[in-house]
Write a protein that binds this ligand. Structure first.
Ligand code: S3P
Length: 169
C-alpha cells in the first residue's frame, strides 16, 4: 500500500452507480493520495448542482465544464479522481486522461447499477420513466469506449474492501 510507481493520477470511469466515488475514496486512502470527485468540482465551479447545470445550460455546456475541470485537476499533483459516467466518452477528455493518468473502469452488471441508482434524484439522465432503458442503452454505447481504460475491474456486488483490493492488485 501507499506506492504509486508512475506518480500519475488514477481516474475512475464507468456508469452511474458503478461505485466510482466509493471505491475511489477507499483507494485514495490506501494509496495515501487525495481523493477528488470531478462532479463535486464541477458543482463548485458552476455554483449550482449538476441537475441545474443540465437544466439551465444543457448537456453540451456541462461537458465543456467537465473537460475543463478534469484538465485542471490532471495538471495538479497525483490524486484519485472519480469522474462522472459521461466524462470518458468525450474524445478530448478521454485523450487527456489516457495521456496523463491511469484510467480504471469499474465494470458493473446492470442489476447492481439499477439498484444503486434507484431512488436517487440528482442524476438528470436518469430522471426518466425507465432508468433501466437508459442504463441499458448507455451500456451498449459506452462499454466499448470504457474498454479503452488501462485497467478493468469487475466490481459487481462485492464489498468495498474486496473491490479496492482487486484494484490495488
Ligand atoms: C453522468 C453521470 C453523472 C454526472 C452527470 C452525467 C453521465 O455522474 O456526471 O449526471 O453522463 O453518465 P456519476 O457517474 O457519478 O453518477
Amino acid at each position: 500500500d501507499g506506492f504509486l510507481p508512475s506518480g500519475r493520477s488514477i481516474v475512475l470511469v464507468g456508469l452511474m452507480g458503478a461505485g466510482k466515488t466509493t471505491i475511489g475514496r477507499h483507494l485514495a486512502g490506501r494509496l495515501g493520495l487525495p481523493f477528488v470527485d470531478a462532479d463535486v468540482e464541477i458543482e463548485r465551479a458552476a455554483g449550482c448542482s449538476i441537475a441545474d447545470v443540465f437544466r439551465l445550460y444543457g448537456e453540451a455546456a456541462f461537458r465543456d465544464g467537465e473537460r475543463r475541470v478534469i484538465r485542471r485537476l490532471l495538471e495538479g499533483p497525483p490524486m484519485v479522481l472519480a469522474t462522472g459516467g459521461g466524462a470518458f466518452m468525450d474524445t478530448a477528455t478521454r485523450t487527456m486522461v489516457r495521456e496523463h493518468a491511469i484510467s480504471l473502469w469499474l465494470r458493473c452488471p446492470l442489476p447492481v447499477l439499477l439498484r444503486r441508482v434507484s431512488g436517487r434524484t440528482h442524476r438528470p439522465l436518469l430522471n426518466t420513466a425507465s432508468p433501466r432503458d437508459v442504463l441499458e442503452r448507455l451500456m451498449t454505447i459506452r462499454h466499448p469506449v470504457y474498454a479503452e481504460a488501462d485497467i478493468i475491474v469487475d466490481c459487481g456486488d462485492n464489498n468495498v474492501e474486496h473491490t479496492t483490493t482487486r484494484v490495488m492488485e
